[in-house]
Design a protein around this ligand. Structure first.
Ligand code: ZN
Length: 184
């Protein structure tokens, strides 16, 4: 239990969810949520040839998205939600969910993020640098191989089953699935 608490304190991320009613223009009570990682669902606009940045992906989380909750004022179900990160711990875990459901099956999205390994992230005035990444090699969830890249003394190493080799971070972060940042 103590160990679990320690892990929580290292990785827990807090979010504020703002909801507004489109019908009566009333702001709903702000919800405070927490999770072990930031989930980024990659949408079509970030796929294919679009080279984007990690900051753009995080900013997209703040965009207003439609919600079917019920307005406490007028009981309408036409609302919008926006999520912002309110606080983070020393380690920040980002899950780049590279799968979308298409024709009842999962399709992998081909994300391209430029220069991710050298781009620090700023969240609520804290600066984070990329330390590790988990990569997904394969077309879907079941037929895949996972490996890790980890930075040690400014050199990137690939941990792939039992082998550890020096290996640069992919230029456009192809196949990156989970990112681990450390506060500096
Ligand atoms: Zn309303």
């Amino acid at each position: 239990m103590k160990k679990h608490k320690f892990l929580q304190s290292q990785v827990l991320c807090k979010f504020s969810v703002n909801t507004r009613c489109i019908s009566c223009n009333t702001n709903q009570p702000v919800e405070e949520l927490e999770n072990f990682f930031i989930n980024i669902s990659l949408e079509n606009k970030f796929c294919g040839n679009t080279v984007t940045t990690i900051t753009q992906l995080l900013e997209a989380q703040k965009e207003w998205k439609s919600s079917n909750d019920e307005c406490f004022m007028c009981e309408s179900n036409v609302l919008e939600k926006s999520t912002t990160i309110s606080s983070t711990s020393n380690t920040l875990i980002i899950n780049l969910n590279p799968f979308i459901i298409k024709n009842d099956s999962f399709e992998k999205i081909n994300l391209k993020v430029r220069d991710l390994a050298n781009t620090p992230l700023t969240i609520n005035k804290s600066i984070y640098v990329l330390q590790s990444g988990i990569f997904h090699k394969g077309r879907d969830l079941t037929n895949a191989h996972y490996y890790t890249l980890h930075k040690f003394h400014d050199i990137w190493y690939k941990l792939d089953d039992t082998s550890i080799t020096e290996s640069a971070w992919p230029r456009l972060s192809e196949d990156a699935h989970m990112l681990f940042y450390e506060k500096v």
